[in-house]
Design a protein around this ligand. Structure first.
Ligand SMILES: C[S@@+](CC[C@H](N)C(=O)[O-])C[C@H]1O[C@@H](n2cnc3c(N)ncnc32)[C@H](O)[C@@H]1O
Length: 462
């Protein structure tokens, strides 16, 4: 009878508060054939031995003989537990090779099993259907989002995940609360070092940030790439809620000039650091102000103080060599004065900021802006209106209802109806929770909104 070896770890359902690695030990006795080392190759390949040689992950088939460690004999481990379970043919074949049979103890310990296997041995039976071992990873830090039923075991879960993933040094669990203003997750240390400053790569850029004090969501990687793909390298992008730069930096790397803003001073600090570290200081202007103020002044400030012209993407030396045949402007290109895209990823409330676009290009706005040097004709500069990419949530799960709901809220804030000339597009970014979908609505800013002459006394609706 062939052995179906049970290699699962011993159950340890009494463990709750802390991990006892020594509880995970299992001895599995198997039959082994003692053979001269020179015969090993042919015996392992012999047809008659097929299916009889042990094949367990991380367990060697040929081992040193513990009884005769210095002899030239070795042991082949077999998949049976008793000699009588060997087939007659295999027994006589092994005899013909001068093999003798013995018992060998396979010793498995904590290091042998995966995180899932260890946790299956610890967690109560009723929790065994799911697995709490999923996490997102930022640099050396793993971020878990444990369901309530796993919370009594959170420190053990954290420790097992830390042990089993060599690149990790810190494991945290997301807490229910989120910082309402700056959107970063509150978290609790489960295992490892209390070090939340991580270094993480996305879209060929290096990001450094304190995950306990700024917003970062690795699930948005595709969305970051999707928008950056839309930008032309010679365009100017204004990122109203830039965080630590996941839109701004890749856009700058491809050549865009970027105005990147975030109100969280910690985000601004790491944004500025990341701009420097990724060597795009010449094409990113970072700021730390309220999004509404940023929107109101971005166009007039840029017109008065343009960004350098497009000189080609930011390339490594090797990329430069490969692309040396391509033609990028060599003479001084014209400075960039016109914003082509506004990015607004603050889905909880970005739509409520849209009224800040009212009148941003109006003559009253350009002449009253503190940074305008002289009368800049924004009407001439903005012969093409900027695209606005505004992220938002909706409770509507049906596409058409979601579209109606989002469009209605956007139009209310803009103070006008969007039509075909506004090139409206709606993109489902992800389902965040039941009845909570995240969308990005993109549209060309209506001329009437941007050039609306607001009476000086009329306050901008909040
Ligand atoms: C959802 S995060 C997006 C960050 C980044 N763009 C990304 O895609 O990962 C929103 C950002 O908006 C910033 N924020 C919140 N309120 C703001 C405001 N009134 N003005 C400017 N930035 C704000 C937060 O600090 C946070 O970094």
């Amino acid at each position: 009878m062939l052995l179906t070896i049970d290699t699962s770890p011993p159950a340890a359902r009494w463990m709750k508060d802390s991990l006892d690695r020594s509880a995970f030990h299992r001895t599995i006795p198997v039959v082994a054939a003692r053979l001269s080392a020179v015969k090993m190759g042919s015996v392992l390949k012999a047809e008659v031995m097929r299916g009889l040689i042990i094949n367990l992950p991380k367990v060697r088939t040929v081992v040193t003989d513990p009884e005769y460690p210095d002899s030239e004999t070795k042991l082949i481990l077999l998949r049976v537990q008793h000699e009588v379970d060997l087939t007659a043919a295999s027994r006589s074949y092994l005899e013909s090779q001068n093999a003798s049979l013995t018992t060998y103890n396979i010793e498995l310990d904590y290091n042998y099993w995966t995180a899932d296997e260890i946790l299956h041995a610890i967690l109560p039976e009723e929790l065994l259907d799911g697995s709490p071992t999923g996490f997102s990873m930022m640099g050396h830090l793993a971020h878990l989002n444990l369901n309530d039923e796993y919370l009594p075991y959170k420190h053990i879960i954290g420790q097992v995940i830390l042990d089993k993933n060599k690149r990790l040094r810190t494991v945290v669990n997301k807490l229910d609360s989120i910082d309402t203003q700056f959107r970063f997750f509150k978290m609790e240390l489960l295992a490892g070092e209390p070090n939340y400053v991580v270094e993480h790569s996305e879209s060929d850029c290096r990001f450094k940030f304190d995950f306990s004090r700024v917003y970062w969501n690795s699930r948005l990687q595709t969305e970051h790439a999707r928008l950056v793909n839309m930008f032309q390298p010679d365009e100017v992008v204004a990122d109203v809620f830039a965080g630590v730069g996941p839109f701004a930096l890749p856009a700058a790397k491809k050549g865009c000039a970027v105005l990147a803003n975030d109100l969280n001073p910690e985000s601004y600090k790491y944004l500025a650091m990341n701009v420097k570290n990724n060597k795009v200081s010449d094409r990113v202007r970072a700021s730390c102000e309220d999004g509404r103020e940023f929107i109101r002044h971005a166009a007039t400030r840029l017109a008065a103080d343009p960004m350098p012209g497009f000189l080609g993407p930011s390339l490594s030396q090797s990329q430069r060599r490969v692309l040396s045949q391509q033609q990028y402007p060599t003479s001084q290109p014209p400075p960039r004065q016109r914003i082509a895209h506004f990015v607004m990823n603050l889905p909880d409330s970005a739509i409520t900021f849209l009224d800040a676009f009212r009148g941003i290009l109006a003559s009253s706005s350009s002449s009253s802006s503190p940074s305008s040097k002289s009368a800049i004709d924004l009407a001439v500069l903005y012969d093409v209106m900027p695209m606005v990419h505004c992220h938002c949530f909706t409770r509507e799960s049906e596409r058409e209802a979601a579209e109606r709901d989002i469009l209605h809220r956007v139009e209310q804030r803009l103070g006008c109806v969007l039509s075909a000339e506004n090139e409206v597009g709606l993109h489902l970014v992800r389902s965040v929770a039941p009845n909570k979908e995240m969308y990005c609505i993109s549209f060309r800013l209506p001329h009437a909104t941007a050039f609306e002459e607001l009476p000086p006394s009329e306050p901008i609706p909040q």
